[in-house]
Design a protein around this ligand. Structure first.
Ligand code: NGO
Length: 501
């Protein structure tokens, strides 16, 4: 049996503990019933499972809602149980010949258990195109899986500012990241080249500031309804959206939209190049803080998650004092709207609140300052910036930090990257993808896959359970599924990809 044919040999991220049952598999038949607990979120997860099974077998199972699963056999029972896992996102999955039992403390845990079941199903679970003359025999291998994530922050970031991505494209990215148990999508919503979200109190930000993008194309922005739709879609995939308005630098689009925001009172022209560091909000003007307060307020009104990312990177036109004061003032504004501030690692020079989060990105950032941060998200650019090229020959992407082959993304330990970091301060890992050179989702997928799968496992699986050798084999086994999903992945030459037909 090749790895691709062995369902247990293709799980990514690798679960914490997999004990093969050895016995007969569970056979899904037209009579198989899904039992689901009450509650909209859990029902939604059950409906997602139904879709995977319907596609793979041609028959939609019935869903029974029950507090206590009653039917003893030929059942896939989803249950919420406080004792199922010590983790809010963990799950316990037993596949036996007569019955599949998936237990979790929360609907999120059920969602992750269903992602695991999905990988155990044949790839026909991934698309709707097949018509079966007779339902094929589909089985799930006998196994007991006990699973929970290593880190609470398993993130991806998409830069929708340099090039704009439509609601459907972002939803597609949510599908692909959540399939790998990633639970944060950080949206970089404003930069020099574009402002991408409607702000009712400052309408020209989107209208003028959203009108173009790198290279001079049409740009675009999310209306409030579209943004709400994205947030709701993310919620059903257990993904928290983290909105970022980058400031005080990377703000040409805002400065070009309102002359009043500029120290000199005149608006600069829109910018469609890719230089960084030239723009900054006028930190001495009162209107700057009114602007920030209203923007944060309007975005927070659409943000159920606890975070607001205020950027803070690459400011070259302010003095260190001006920069520190600015960060501290913005941090208070974010706090006053009930959110935790996240900032790129430059913000670690400021006095931060105990709730604030520093996102490490510069490979040469001061490890000492990072170690003093209240909380850390790790996005070292030379490991997990998905916009870096794989190798010199990669046409898309940048290479200022490094060329990043897949193993380089995979083979490091988030717990030792910042020596002396406060115990428990590392919340997790995030893989940003910046879009200076990426104009559409196919470009994004080419740079994200396979490295995003490597980062997903890095963030989910305990360090001691991970090894490049087993990951590499499991990664090769993804080719048929990723092809079925239409993912435009890079066929890294060091991986032995399973045949796709
Ligand atoms: C840097 C810079 C971004 C670039 C990106 C390209 C950060 C935090 N600021 O990362 O503006 O788009 O590199 O890799």
């Amino acid at each position: 049996m090749t790895t691709a044919d062995d369902p247990l040999g293709r799980l990514i991220p690798l679960p914490q503990c997999v004990e093969p049952g050895g016995g007969a598999p569970f056979a899904i038949t037209p009579q198989t019933i899904i039992v689901a607990p009450e509650g909209a979120l859990a029902m939604d997860v059950a409906a997602q499972l139904l879709t995977f099974i319907r596609r793979a077998t041609g028959v939609a199972p019935r869903i029974l809602v029950a507090r206590e699963p009653a039917a003893p056999t030929n059942v896939i029972a989803l249950a919420l149980d406080p004792a199922a896992s010590s983790s809010d996102e963990g799950y316990d999955l037993t596949i036996a010949p007569a019955r599949v039992t998936l237990r979790a403390k929360t609907p999120a845990g059920l969602f992750y258990g269903v992602r695991t079941i999905r990988q155990l199903l044949p790839i026909t679970a991934e698309y709707d195109a097949l018509l079966y003359r007779a339902p094929p025999v589909v089985t799930l291998p006998a196994v007991h899986i006990v699973d929970a994530p290593r880190f609470e922050w398993r993130g991806a970031m998409l830069d929708v500012a340099r090039h704009f991505f439509s609601v459907d494209e972002v939803k597609r990215y949510i599908d692909l990241i959540s399939m790998h148990k990633i639970n944060r999508l950080h949206l970089h919503l404003a930069d020099d080249q574009g402002w991408r979200i409607e702000i009712p109190s400052w309408p020209d930000l989107a209208r003028k500031g959203g009108a173009t993008e790198v290279g001079g194309g049409l740009g675009g922005y999310y209306t409030r309804d579209q943004y709400k739709d994205l947030v709701a879609y993310a919620e059903t995939h257990f993904v928290t959206i983290v909105p970022e308005i980058d400031m005080p630098g990377h703000t040409n689009a805002a400065l070009a939209s309102y002359a009043d925001l500029n120290c000199k009172g005149t608006a600069p022209a829109p910018y469609t190049g890719t230089e960084v560091g030239f723009s900054a909000l006028c930190v001495d003007l009162d209107v700057t803080y009114k602007f920030i307060d209203e923007v944060v307020r309007d975005i927070v009104a659409l943000t159920p998650g606890p975070y607001f990312h205020a950027g803070g990177d690459e400011v070259k036109t302010l003095t260190p004092e001006q920069y520190r004061m600015f960060v501290e003032r913005v941090q208070k504004i974010v706090e006053s709207h009930g959110k935790r501030m996240v900032g790129w690692d430059e913000v670690s020079v400021a006095t931060l609140l105990p709730t604030s989060i520093v996102q490490h990105w510069r490979p040469d950032a001061s490890k000492q300052l990072l170690a003093g941060s209240p909380h850390l998200i790790l996005s070292p650019a030379d490991r997990v910036y998905l916009d870096m090229k794989y190798e010199d020959a990669t046409l898309l992407g940048l290479n200022w930090a490094a060329n990043i082959p897949v193993q380089r993304s995979y083979d490091w330990d988030p717990d030792t990257l910042v020596p002396g970091a406060r115990p428990g301060s590392v919340l997790g890992v995030e893989a940003p993808i910046w879009s200076e050179t990426l104009t559409n989702m196919r470009d994004v997928e080419y740079l994200a896959f396979p490295r995003l799968a490597a980062v997903a496992e890095l963030a989910w699986t305990p360090q001691a359970e991970r090894s490049w050798d087993t990951f590499k084999r499991r990664l090769g086994a993804q080719a048929p599924r990723w092809t079925a999903l239409g993912i435009n992945f890079f066929r890294a030459p060091e991986i032995d990809w399973a045949p796709t037909r």
